[in-house]
Design a protein around this ligand. Sequence first.
Ligand code: NAG
Length: 252
Amino acid sequence: MPHPFLTWLLAFALALLVHSSPVATDSDANQVPLSVSDSRRVYEYHNGELPPTENTDGWIDPRLNGGRFIDFTTRRLGEPLNIIISALSDPYVLEESGFLDYSKSIGFAGECMGLHYGNIHDADLGDGLGRKPEHMLIRQHYPIIGTCWESVRGGHHFRAWRQNGTLANSGAWFIGASKEKDSSKNHQIDKDGYNVGRDYFVEHATAGSHWQGKWWKAEVEWREGLMPRGRRGINHGIPVDGRVAILKINRL
Ligand SMILES: *[C@@H]1O[C@H](CO)[C@@H](O)[C@H](O)[C@H]1NC(C)=O
């Protein structure tokens, strides 16, 4: 056993070191997940995540400027931004109204009668606008009863943010897609609901679609390394496979 005074001295010195350390944060900041810019020195790329990619066509890696591919659902947890609609797509779908039409063409419709179920999520696309609230929330459309049915029964939905701040003004849509259980489960995400929600969107986009005389077909490029695999930091603790689908939606 070391002398009690020595033990005490050691503890005191350690406390002093931690307190004065540049990486020490106050207790409030501890609640917030680290972003690349907050913590460039201590940031590690876990579970398949790779450093930010430069020179991508039609979108800009949000991580180049402190953003990330996980949205901010709560202070600690987020949902994956698992689809990008590249700015090389049909200019029509890069506008809000055109994108709504496009969403309808692949089996989605706007939020039920303006009622908003679920919280607004923020995302940081590294475009200089910081954490910004979603621009659109789109839910799956059931032809017979309409969008409202989805709100009761659960189903596919996605949130979209446009990368249009001056620091990264690509005009691409960043999308968090997922599949929900029915509302008796309070809009919980299905087991594997993030991967499933993404794949549903991609399958319909690449199969080709049309709406009011406009026809589209998407090309997909799959990317790994933009976000970590697994459930760490993910809302509801549902694991993600870490893949992002980059879609170029061509007008036919
Ligand atoms: C970015 O795009 C969204 C969605 O269309 C729009 O609501 C917002 O005003 C735009 N912001 C800027 C800075 O252009």
